[in-house]
Write a protein that binds this ligand. Structure first.
Ligand code: SAH
Length: 500
């Protein structure tokens, strides 16, 4: 098993810095024993202009079999037993090579380089070559996996036997990757994608593989077009682990799409107000409308779901009638900013006992959200992909089930009135959709009907006669179920009878 990594350089920035980055000196060949055999690192070339490091793994098939005994129930049939000893493992790059990579280049994988810290941070002109890579899915899949990561991919199938072309292709490819990438990033791509292509892990995949995958996938896996295939194959198609990893990647993606600029357009002034007065930003109007509706509902314990950077929580704290305020968001960064805005650390004990910020996703039911009077979803639903919306609906209206739910979202019809918004654009880059009044109402009626709520609508901002208001708000109130009403009536009757 064999893999080479090369880079080019100049006298000022010599290619031999690769040795520092890999923590392996170019002048000596080194050997490391791993659980499956010996890994050698050597440099076939090492000059200022060009430097190549080679990783060669000499697999000890017998050690491999011994180590995997009792794991994964191998060796049940005679064929399988023989396959343990006679197989392609010693020759092809695979999950074993990935393990060797992580053993031999562990610091480089983490991007740590004390001697040349600045070189570890910058992209290098890299060339990676793997002469024999088992690749289930062939050259097409190889391209689909590496190209979105910024690699130029050269991939050729290897014939089963060059003398007998009619035998067709083997399951191996020769892979050459070229690109300008940070070395750590390149190694992480290989560490994950080589075993994904091999699709046959040599060891039993346990729960901590999810952590390993997410660590190595940092910065590139969330949002990769083949994220599902990569995750599923990496975790040897163990469905429960794959689901766990996909959920965590979703959290990562959402946190990355963080909303630092969420208020950009919201702060655009609303020109229809009297010119004598200072114009009021839409975000302020929205909070006013929400506070009014909350007060009218009589709520004391309030959830701000998708609280972002905590502006509404801050307003809620100013009114003592709100005795318990919970801000939830999926983004740790938003919550950190919210905590700073609220000065949580310096808050007096009484004030602090009224407020909590918690991380969570509305795409999953959450016991912590049960038993509140009201929940606010201010400019949140449009940040979820439409197929995920039913999950949020269930988490809020089915599981948490507060008496009142306020949902605000942009009215897309109003977009023509924003002077700064090019036609056909949504108001924020992370908006997955924006609805007309009709679409919002259709959605709201369906949710209300399904979960036993009544719903009414409140315009927020100037209600344009043609296109409606910039923000639309739905106020959901839970219906007294006939059964609950009946029960209450019966109890009352019984009480009266007992008293008589
Ligand atoms: N409510 C605030 C912030 C709106 S921006 C306001 O009105 O200003 C949308 C917020 O929803 C972001 O902070 C985003 O991190 C959060 N969000 C998006 N998807 C979420 C999810 N699935 N679970 C929880 N929060 C989510």
């Amino acid at each position: 098993m064999f893999l080479t990594i090369s880079t080019t350089g100049t006298p000022e920035r010599p290619a031999t810095d690769l040795g520092f980055l890999l923590h392996k000196h170019p002048e000596s060949a080194q050997a490391f024993s791993t659980s499956y055999g010996t890994a050698h690192v050597l440099y076939p070339e090492a000059s200022a202009e060009r430097c190549t490091a080679a990783l060669l793994l000499e697999v000890d098939s017998v050690a491999l079999v011994r180590r995997s005994k009792g794991k994964g129930g191998q060796g049940k049939t005679a064929d399988a037993a023989l396959a343990q000893y006679v197989n392609d493992r010693p020759y092809a790059a695979s999950s074993l090579l990935a393990v060797a990579l992580s053993t031999v280049f562990s610091s480089a994988l983490r991007g740590v380089c004390k001697a040349r810290p600045e070189r570890a941070e910058e992209p290098l002109a890299l060339r990676v070559e793997v002469p024999a890579l088992p690749a289930r899915g062939g050259p097409d899949l190889v391209r689909k996996l590496f190209e979105p990561l910024g690699w130029t991919v050269g991939v050729e199938s290897v014939a089963l036997d060059e003398q007998f072309p009619e035998w067709g292709e083997s399951r191996y490819v020769r892979l050459v990757l070229e690109g300008e990438l940070r070395l750590a990033q390149a190694l992480r791509h290989l560490y994950v994608l080589l075993p994904v292509l091999d699709d046959a892990k040599h060891y039993w995949v346990s729960a901590d593989e999810v952590d390993k995958l997410l660590r190595a996938g940092e910065g590139w896996l969330a949002g990769h077009p083949e994220q599902r295939l990569i995750t599923s194959r990496y975790l040897s198609r163990r469905w429960s682990l794959t689901r766990q990893a996909m959920q965590r990647l979703e959290l990562v993606r959402l946190a990355d799409a963080d909303d630092t600029d969420v208020e950009e357009i919201d702060n655009a002034v609303d020109e229809s107000t009297d010119t004598e007065e200072k114009p009021v930003p839409l975000a302020v109007r929205r909070r006013e409308a929400i506070l009014d509706a909350l007060r009218a509902s009589g709520a004391a314990r309030v959830l701000d779901l998708g609280c972002g950077q905590g502006q509404l929580v801050q307003e809620l704290l100013k009114d003592v009638r709100f005795t318990e305020i919970v801000g939830l968001d999926v983004s740790v960064r938003a919550l950190t900013i919210a905590g700073r805005r609220l000065k949580l650390e310096r808050m007096g004990e009484r004030q602090a006992s009224r407020v909590r910020l918690v991380q969570g996703s509305l795409a999953y039911t959450d016991k912590r959200l049960k038993g509140y009077d009201a929940a606010v979803l201010s400019e949140v639903i449009e940040h979820l992909d439409l197929p995920r919306l039913p999950a949020l609906e269930y988490a809020v209206f089915g599981s948490a089930r507060p008496r009142t739910v306020l949902v605000t979202t942009p009215n897309v019809e109003y977009n023509v009135r924003w002077e700064t918004l090019p036609a056909g654009h949504v108001r924020h880059g992370d908006h997955r959709f924006e609805w007309t009044r009709e679409e919002f109402r259709t959605w709201a009626e369906r949710v209300a009907g399904r979960h036993g709520y009544d719903v009414r609508y409140v315009p927020v901002g100037p209600d344009d006669p043609e296109v409606g208001p910039p923000t639309q708000m739905a106020v959901f109130t839970v219906q007294e179920t006939p059964k609950a009403a009946e029960k209450a009536e019966k109890a009352e009757k019984a009480e009266k009878e007992a008293a008589a």
